[in-house]
Design a protein around this ligand. Structure first.
Ligand SMILES: Nc1nc2c(c(=O)[nH]1)N[C@H]1C(S)=C(S)[C@@H](COP(=O)(O)O)O[C@H]1N2
Ligand SMILES: [Mo]
Length: 444
């Protein structure tokens, strides 16, 4: 027999609590209060509950009143056939830095990392990077051409591609320019701008290896040029070893077809590598015997070193981490218990360990890794702490399964100088002031 528990209004619950409390002997009272507070749930911590009750004088929607939304009917099904977040979450959006680029069609927006939970980035919040805006592509007319040094050049329709056995994998995607504005000094006063060129989705598609086997790569075939169907015809050279390892040709993200911003109807996806190699609106793959770097490749990414020389083919997004709470957008508002949270990721594999420092890297405590810990995916970590207005210099340091330890800014600058735009994966510092405000600082 099922037992249905009748839903109760807050006012009813409070009344019931008061009634029950009168019935209790003084001895039982302490016990009851403990249970009572848990029963009301939302009022969990005693100080919070006190605050909420005091506030209620000002609003008719607060306890002990019954809120207006409980006294009327809501809207019915399919009023919004494709759902969107609550209107009270309007603040949770992608944002750009207007002075970064002259044109929005050749620009970048960032993911609001401070607002997200878990490790998955919702599709509408995945950062966007375009070189010539978002093309509107009819999937019926879209084709993927696979040619060059292959036995059988092939042209695939979307239907053809979706007939292959598919895989779904949770992987991060990061633009190598993430944090690039910080090479010379701390200047961005928001986590969204210091680390927001970063997302993590479940991507579904076909391993590129399967398509290459279908076409038959000739023995001389060593590099692949991937080209997009956007106005920029953006292209990058991918070594065959990567293509045969874990490169995907994807058509879905987080359960639904790719968003136009992410390459609808088809994109390349290179797990753990510079986002720019994950060519969106993918239309052509050409197998060659050497990098296309000095030939057709349209985008060339290098890291200028202090010596004047430049690194090239710096594909891997190296181990990185950042504290997402507290951060400039989410200052500390309460003294007492605080759960410090953050994200760590490595283009080389799984995150093995994250340490957190409260004093700018002098002492470290181990963080716990929360939920799924997957290779080349965002990994959430947290540390329990007590805050009573003491100033903190908060840092996180990630170590991946290959033993790579995230470098300090000093170490990274010693190795790479500060002329680069790309691959700034050094330990980040948030300064927490006595009033709980958080600012972006660099420790040298
Ligand atoms: N065809 C095409 N592919 C592209 C780009 C582009 O402008 N055109 N931008 C690249 C860059 S620089 C990055 S960082 C990633 C960003 O992917 P996202 O917009 O899905 O976050 O896409 C890459 N793929
Ligand atoms: Mo990028």
């Amino acid at each position: 027999m099922s037992r249905i528990i009748r839903p109760q209004s807050t006012a009813e619950l409070l009344k019931q609590l008061a009634r029950e409390s009168e019935d209790l002997s003084a001895n039982d009272r302490r016990d009851f209060l403990r249970r009572g507070i848990t029963a009301v749930g939302a009022l969990a911590a005693t100080s919070v509950a006190g605050g909420a009750l005091a506030e209620s004088a000002g609003s008719t929607n607060l306890p002990p009143n019954e809120p207006s939304w409980s006294r009327q009917l809501g809207h019915g099904v399919v009023e919004h056939p494709y759902g969107s977040p609550s209107r009270f979450e309007k603040n949770v959006v992608r944002r750009t830095v207007p002075w970064l680029t002259a044109e929005s069609i050749s620009s970048i927006s960032m993911t609001p990392l401070a607002e997200l939970k878990g490790i998955i980035t919702p599709n509408g919040l995945v950062f966007e990077r375009y070189h010539a805006g978002v093309p509107v592509i009819n999937p019926e007319e879209h084709r993927l051409i696979l040619h060059g040094l292959v036995e059988r050049p092939l042209i695939f329709t979307m239907d053809d591609l979706m007939r292959f056995p598919s895989v779904s994998e949770i992987k991060f995607l990061e633009c190598p320019a993430n944090g690039g504005m910080e090479w010379k000094g701390a200047q961005m006063e928001a986590l969204q701008f210091t680390h927001g060129m970063l997302s993590c989705c479940e991507w579904t598609g076909v391993p590129l290896k399967v398509l290459l086997e279908e076409a038959g790569v000739k023995p001389e075939g060593k590099w692949i040029l991937a080209e997009g169907a956007d106005g920029a015809h953006m292209s990058r050279s991918i070594p065959l070893e990567k293509a045969l390892d874990d490169t995907l040709v994807v058509y879905a993200q987080n359960g639904e077809r790719l968003r136009p911003e992410q390459g609808y109807p088809l994109r390349l996806f290179n797990p753990g590598w510079e986002g720019n190699t994950s060519i969106k609106w993918l239309r052509r793959l050409e197998v060659g015997d050497q990098p296309w770097y000095h030939r057709e490749e349209t985008s060339k990414y290098t890291d200028l070193l202090a010596s004047g020389k430049a690194r090239k083919f710096s594909f891997v997004q190296e181990t990185n981490s950042v504290i997402t709470y507290p951060c400039p957008e989410k200052p500390v508002k309460h003294s007492g218990y605080i759960e410090i949270e953050g994200l760590a990721w490595s283009g080389r594999g799984r995150i093995k360990q994250v340490d957190v420092s409260f004093d700018g890297g002098v002492n470290w405590v181990p963080a716990r890794l929360k939920g799924l810990v997957l290779p080349k995916a965002l990994t959430r970590f947290s540390v329990d702490a007590q805050w009573h207005g003491q100033p903190w210099l908060l840092q996180a340091r990630a170590i991946d399964e290959t033993g790579y330890v995230q470098p300090t800014l000093k170490q990274l600058r010693a190795a790479r100088g500060s002329n680069s735009i790309y691959h700034k994966n050094s330990i980040h510092t948030w300064k927490v002031a006595a009033n709980g405000e958080v600012t972006n600082v660099q420790i040298t």
